[in-house]
Design a protein around this ligand. Structure first.
Ligand SMILES: C[S@@+](CC[C@H](N)C(=O)[O-])C[C@H]1O[C@@H](n2cnc3c(N)ncnc32)[C@H](O)[C@@H]1O
Length: 293
């Protein structure tokens, strides 16, 4: 019989490892914000991250996948930032799609006191997460409704509604590290569901540029990422040409709020305390925030 770890998704484990390493960064200006990521590491990764010096871990990650370490710092901080802004602006529900080992429900428990949190993910990934929560300390006990769904097989919107989600309440959807693993019709279904929710609802997601999905791996970190995706058998299926992002979202009845690329993120999140550039992030992933108006 398979264990929950075997059924869970490799990419979800990998991003937790990167986050757990980034928290060990000395310079607070570029330190990773996910101080709970380590609770979700498998025993092997936990040993690796816990015992080895930060400098070694960072160099190892950089050698294997240039851009990935800085990408994880920027993505985590950007998603944290938009989450806090949207709660402040009155979001009543947060839905984390393809949640993996997302820890925001725990890290922002105080800010989310009056906001319902739903996490939707593959059953196997969710099972492993729930096991880890049971086994760790009480810092991981926040009210979250877990909804097991395969986006390719089931309609996640019906599952959400069955589990207490209200499309009439202003909602923030976080879709971090997922869109590129799905076929375009499934991506469009998700975006269209967001557009059927209360005005002001929005979705923050990262997406791959179309040229990378079509085989141009010349971007920073592109070649190494492409060979890793091949190895873990989780290919990128979906991408958008950045010139077409606003139009693509408009066709799904959403208006673009922001669309940031690697240079923006380097400026926003990768400046050291001394003002220098800490490092480079992936050249082929962008992050878009889109709203139902
Ligand atoms: C790279 S991980 C990102 C996890 C999390 N959002 C994060 O950033 O830590 C990709 C996530 O997408 C989920 N996922 C991928 N394809 C999916 C599908 N067809 N249905 C449900 N979840 C899916 C995986 O289970 C995994 O948790």
């Amino acid at each position: 019989m398979s264990t929950s770890k075997e059924l869970s998704i490799q990419s979800a484990h990998t991003v937790s490892v990167l986050r757990a390493i980034a928290v060990k960064e000395k310079d607070p200006a570029v330190r990773g914000s996910d101080y709970l990521a380590r609770h979700f590491l498998t025993p092997k990764y936990s040993l690796f991250v816990g015992l080895l010096p930060h400098r070694f871990l960072k160099s190892f990650v950089h050698f294997r996948a240039p851009g990935s370490y800085c990408f994880m710092i920027t993505r985590t901080r950007h998603f944290d930032r938009v989450l806090l802004e949207e709660i402040e602006a009155g979001a009543k529900q947060v839905v984390v799609l393809g949640a993996g080992y997302d820890t925001r429900a725990f890290r922002f428990a105080a800010q989310l006191q009056n906001t319902a949190v739903f996490e939707v993910d593959f059953p196997g990934t969710q099972l492993y997460k729930k096991e880890r929560i049971r086994e760790t300390d009480s810092r991981l006990s926040s009210p979250v409704t877990y909804i097991p769904v395969d986006f390719n097989e089931q309609s996640f919107d019906k599952a959400l509604i069955r589990n207490g989600f209200s499309p009439r309440l202003k909602t923030l959807f976080l879709w971090e590290g997922v869109s590129y693993y799905l076929p375009q019709p499934v991506v469009e279904q998700v975006l269209q569901f967001v557009s059927s929710c209360a005005p002001g609802s929005s979705i923050l997601f990262d997406y791959c540029i179309k040229s990378f999905v079509n085989g141009d791996h010349s971007t920073y970190g592109g070649r190494q990422l492409a060979s890793w995706l091949k190895k873990i058998k989780e290919p990128f299926l979906f991408g958008i040409d950045p010139d077409e992002t606003a139009g693509f979202l408009h066709n799904c009845h959403l208006e673009l709020v922001s669309d940031h690329g690697p240079e923006d993120f380097e400026r926003m999140y990768l400046k050291t305390s001394k003002g220098g550039l800490y490092g480079k992030t992936f050249g082929h992933i962008r992050m878009a925030h889109a709203r139902k108006v």
